[in-house]
Ligand binder design. Structure first.
Ligand code: PPS
Ligand code: MG
Ligand code: MG
Ligand code: MG
Length: 368
């Protein structure tokens, strides 16, 4: 962890009017409110509700409450419940906005026991209880296809489900995309230590950013926000990586070669989910590499929308392995991008140069 980086986050009250209740009461923004003030406030409250649901389930899941999806990845009652809750709250406040959500209700419709558990969980954090059919419908409200025009939300109800199942890091990730550009991002990280240097200390944090308005961090139960910034490090050999836990999601061998080329000796911070973006945005690490493992995998927009705006608003840079900006305007996936490279910005060019060298070498070795 970069010590210099830790000192950059100075507690600062956020310029938005704050609300004393955790109830969703953001339908009337102040006349002088900043752009996207209502979206920001509603998104935070929706993420808090979903994070509360997840916290209640955390470490208590039994295998009957986990389903293996067609692509072999896991989904739990908490993923479904959190998607129902966020979709319901966003739709109530922004009825015109469609949602691109990770989950759908198909598996639940075939499994009454799991479905009823999801209904119970979702209703435990909603003010007005929903019927079983209404919960299924709320989940499927996330089936929008995305695209270049107008606005939509994108939701990963639990990003890092594998981390969630291990009792480690996961994030509730919500973002607003308008005309292809991410405008608002909120990451709820219920299990993330508020200080990475103090893993036994308080946990649970929310990262939030609005385009052009900076990035902030707050706890789940206090409205006090702290402005965050990426690390100020310019000497790349002093930096550290934040990496995926799952070897199948990013090439760890190539990441090690890039680290060597850059002279990096600090150990990587390994964690699941978009918490990695938050950790980078507050200066606890300096580089996030997501190097493609498979030639065919398309990254999903909900896996990166929230995290990427938080990095950019904290002063960092995000692009793919070819240096292209992430393109959120072409549907549910980032099919025109390959992998993701994020950094504190000042070392971005050096990182990209090393990435190109290592990936080129790998390509040559594969063709021999
Ligand atoms: N092959 C492959 N390559 C890249 N990414 C993939 C792949 N398979 C799955 N996924 C997506 O990875 C999401 C979790 O990413 P993480 O950064 O948390 O990965 S890791 O768990 O830390 O290894 C995970 O998000 P969730 O399903 O929300 O957990 C998936 O969308
Ligand atoms: Mg998943
Ligand atoms: Mg995900
Ligand atoms: Mg998910």
């Amino acid at each position: 962890m970069s010590k210099a980086a830790q000192s950059t986050a100075s507690p600062r009250a956020h310029p938005y009017p704050t609300r004393s209740s955790s109830r969703l009461s953001a339908s009337k923004p102040e006349p002088t409110a900043a752009p996207y003030a209502k979206e920001r406030a509603v998104a935070i409250q929706a993420v808090i509700r979903a994070s509360t649901l997840c916290q209640g389930v955390f470490k208590k899941l039994v295998s009957a409450e986990t389903i293996t999806k067609k692509d072999k990845s896991p989904v739990t009652v908490a993923d479904f419940g959190a998607q129902a809750v966020v979709n319901n709250l966003i739709r109530a406040e922004f009825p015109e906005d469609p949602i691109v959500g990770e989950e759908d209700s198909k598996d639940l419709r075939e499994n009454a026991e799991t479905r009823e558990k999801v209904v119970e969980l979702a209703n435990s954090v909603l003010d007005k209880p929903l019927s079983s059919d209404e919960i299924l419908e709320a989940i499927d409200y996330g089936m929008y296809e995305g695209g270049p025009k107008g606005r939509f939300w994108t939701l990963d109800p639990i990003d890092g489900t594998k981390g969630f199942l291990r009792g480690e890091q996961f994030a509730v990730a919500l973002a607003l995309v308008e005309d292809g550009e991410v405008k608002v991002g909120v990451l709820g990280c219920p299990n993330l230590p508020q200080k990475l240097s103090d893993p036994e200390g308080p946990r649970g944090t929310i990262f939030v950013a609005v385009r052009g308005q900076g990035a902030f961090e707050r706890s789940l139960d206090s409205e006090l926000e702290t402005k965050i910034s990426v690390s100020p490090i310019t000497n790349v050999s002093e930096t550290s990586f934040c990496e995926s836990v799952e070897a199948g999601h990013s090439s760890q061998g190539e990441a090690a070669q890039i680290a060597q080329l850059l002279g990096i000796t600090r150990p990587s911070v390994r964690m699941d989910s978009q918490c990695k973006y938050g950790v980078l945005a507050r200066g606890d690490a300096d580089i996030y590499l997501r190097l493609p493992v498979s030639a065919t995998y398309e990254e999903k927009i909900w896996d990166h929308a929230g995290g990427s705006i938080i990095i950019e608003e904290a002063g960092g840079k995000v692009c793919d392995i070819h240096g292209k900006p992430l393109d959120f305007s072409i549907g549910r996936t980032l099919r025109d991008n390959k992998g993701v490279i994020a950094s504190n910005g000042s070392i971005h060019d050096a990182v990209m140069e090393a990435v190109q060298k290592v990936l080129q070498k790998s390509k040559e070795e594969k063709t021999v």
